[in-house]
Structure formats: structure tokens, C-alpha cells
Design a protein around this ligand. Structure first.
Ligand code: NI
Length: 302
């Protein structure tokens, strides 16, 4: 890991920060012009069945133009795809995958169906394989099964040349071992994926970054006890960090305890701006560019 460098500022942004003719523009007005990406929100899950259209509308008003819906099992992945297709023009993209919690339920036939789903919708709306990985905190699936299912899905991502969204909880050494095993047969793609909701050490972050991975940060970085994550963010190269809400979980301050939604992404961005010592516009531009590169999102929104 190397020291952070200033976030890139586009010419647009420089003029944007120093409005000449329109000096009456308020800070709030300016924020409405920012564009954000929520790279991880489970909007296909139950808490949104009643009011999804409003949630999407509020998120777009907050500047969140693109939201990635990560799949957690076969059915959930299908639902994410259906939702993205049902709301064209709303900037929804999806990933397909089986979460380590559900690894034990994945049959060989289920894996074939997941592969078919990814092939059929690759590029639109499927832009990644995830969320996949290992969770040794809850151990909802036996660890050897978790590793097998993780390995199979890493291989699927390689076959389809898609990035991965990795869930790693108290299992980093084994995550890296499985990744190394797969990479030994076929090198990882240049942009291999993201460690979602990163909460590990600065040393582990350095290893992940060296291997090309991005780091995803969520609402907990706004919590009072977030010391470790703040050190990692301060040291993280600005072009390797993406924002995610993990909605409906992990709601940032000051809405902690309520249902999370993508509209809160700017609150996470504001914390990053504090740590990096730059303005909110720079964080929006940088993290949006990062998520675009990571997931191969074109400038024309789906
Ligand atoms: Ni998640």
C-alpha cells in the first residue's frame, strides 16, 4: 500500500467548485449535480417490495444514478436480474452468485443454472459474479463446502471474464488461498473484483490492492468506533475505492437503526471526503469512475 494521492479533479469539477456567473448557487444545489454509484444494494429483497419505485426515485434525486443488485443465491440472482430489466432507465445492474451462507444449498444443477443465467444476461444487466466468498464468523455452511462453491464461482467469473464481488468474514487467509489456487490455473483478470464491505487490517488491504482488487466501504465507516477502517481508507489509493450501502443493512449515521437505501451513499462519500481531505464532488467523481472501471459500466446508463 502506498500513501494516498489527491483525487483527480476534472476541468468540469474545477469550474463547478468556483461558479462564476451563478454565485448564488447553494452547496445543496451543487450536491444535487453530483453523480454517485451504489455498488452493492440488495433492493430485490423483502424490505423494498412495497415502495421500490419511491426508493429508486429518492436515490436518483440524491444523485445515485447506478445501483448494483448483488445476488445471494440462485433465486435471488434471478430476482435481481428481473428487477433490473423491469425498471429500464433506472440505472440498475446486477450480479449473480451464491453467498457463502447459502453455499450448502448449491447443487451441481444449481451451479449450471447460475452459469446459464450469467451467460444469458452477461453485460446487461449482469456485470459481475457475486456475492461469493467465505464466512467463518457464522459458518452457516460447512467450510469445505464454502471453499468449493467459492472456487467454482471464481472459475465461472474467469470463464465469463467478469469481476467478482467477494464477501470475506474472518476467512481472509483461506479466501486468498482459494483465489491463488484458481489464479495458478488462469491468471486473474486485470480488474479482478472487489472485497465488499472491507473491514480488515491495513496489511491485508495492501495484499488485496497488490493483487488488483478494489475495496468497498459502507455505512459503518460513519460509526464512532470505525478507527481501523479510517486508517485503511486514508492509505487506500483513491482509484481503488468504491462506495456501497449493502442496503437494507449497515445504515450510516444519522439514520442508523433504520432501513438503508442507496440515497444514503453521499453520507458515506462525505466521510471519505473528510478522511481524504478533499471535497464531496471529488469523491463522487472518483468513486463513480472507479465503479465504472471495476464493473465495466459504460457512460450510457442501462
Ligand atoms: Ni451484501
Amino acid at each position: 500500500m502506498h500513501l494516498s494521492r489527491p483525487a483527480q479533479k476534472s476541468a468540469d469539477m474545477a469550474s463547478f467548485q468556483q461558479p462564476t456567473g451563478s454565485s448564488q448557487q447553494t452547496e445543496a444545489d451543487q450536491h444535487l449535480l453530483l453523480e454517485w454509484i451504489d455498488s452493492h444494494a440488495h433492493l430485490q429483497s423483502n424490505p423494498y417490495t412495497q415502495d421500490l419505485a419511491e426508493v429508486l426515485a429518492r436515490s436518483r434525486t440524491a444523485g445515485v444514478q447506478t445501483v448494483l443488485l448483488p445476488g445471494t443465491d440462485l433465486e435471488d440472482s434471478q430476482t435481481a436480474i428481473d428487477l433490473a430489466l423491469r425498471y429500464p432507465g433506472q440505472g440498475l445492474v446486477a450480479s449473480v452468485g451464491v453467498h457463502p451462507h447459502d453455499a450448502k444449498s448449491l447443487t451441481p444443477d444449481g451451479l449450471r443454472q447460475l452459469r446459464q443465467l450469467a451467460i444469458q444476461h452477461r453485460g446487461h444487466p449482469v456485470v459481475a459474479i457475486g456475492e461469493i466468498g467465505l464466512d467463518y464468523h457464522y459458518d452457516f455452511s460447512p467450510r469445505d463446502v464454502q471453499r468449493d462453491v467459492f472456487r467454482s464461482q471464481l472459475e465461472l467469473a474467469q470463464e465469463l471474464d467478469l469481476p467478482v464481488i467477494i464477501h470475506d468474514r474472518e476467512a481472509t487467509a483461506d479466501c486468498l488461498a482459494v483465489i491463488a489456487e484458481v489464479a495458478a490455473r488462469q491468471p486473474l483478470r486485470e480488474v479482478p473484483g472487489v472485497f465488499h464491505c472491507y473491514s480488515g487490517s491495513i496489511e491485508t488491504a495492501a495484499i488485496l490492492l497488490k493483487n488488483g482488487f478494489y475495496l468497498g466501504f459502507d455505512g459503518p465507516i460513519t460509526f464512532k468506533n470505525a478507527r481501523k477502517a479510517l486508517e485503511v481508507i486514508a492509505a487506500c489509493p483513491h482509484d481503488r475505492l468504491v462506495l456501497e450501502t449493502d442496503s437494507p443493512y449497515l445504515t450510516p449515521i444519522p439514520y442508523r437503526g433504520h432501513r438503508n437505501t442507496p440515497e444514503y451513499i453521499p453520507l458515506i462519500g462525505a466521510k471519505i471526503a473528510d478522511i481524504w481531505g478533499c471535497d464531496l464532488a471529488a469523491v463522487a467523481a472518483q468513486t463513480t469512475a472507479n465503479a465504472r472501471k471495476l464493473f465495466g459500466l459504460g457512460l450510457s446508463l442501462p
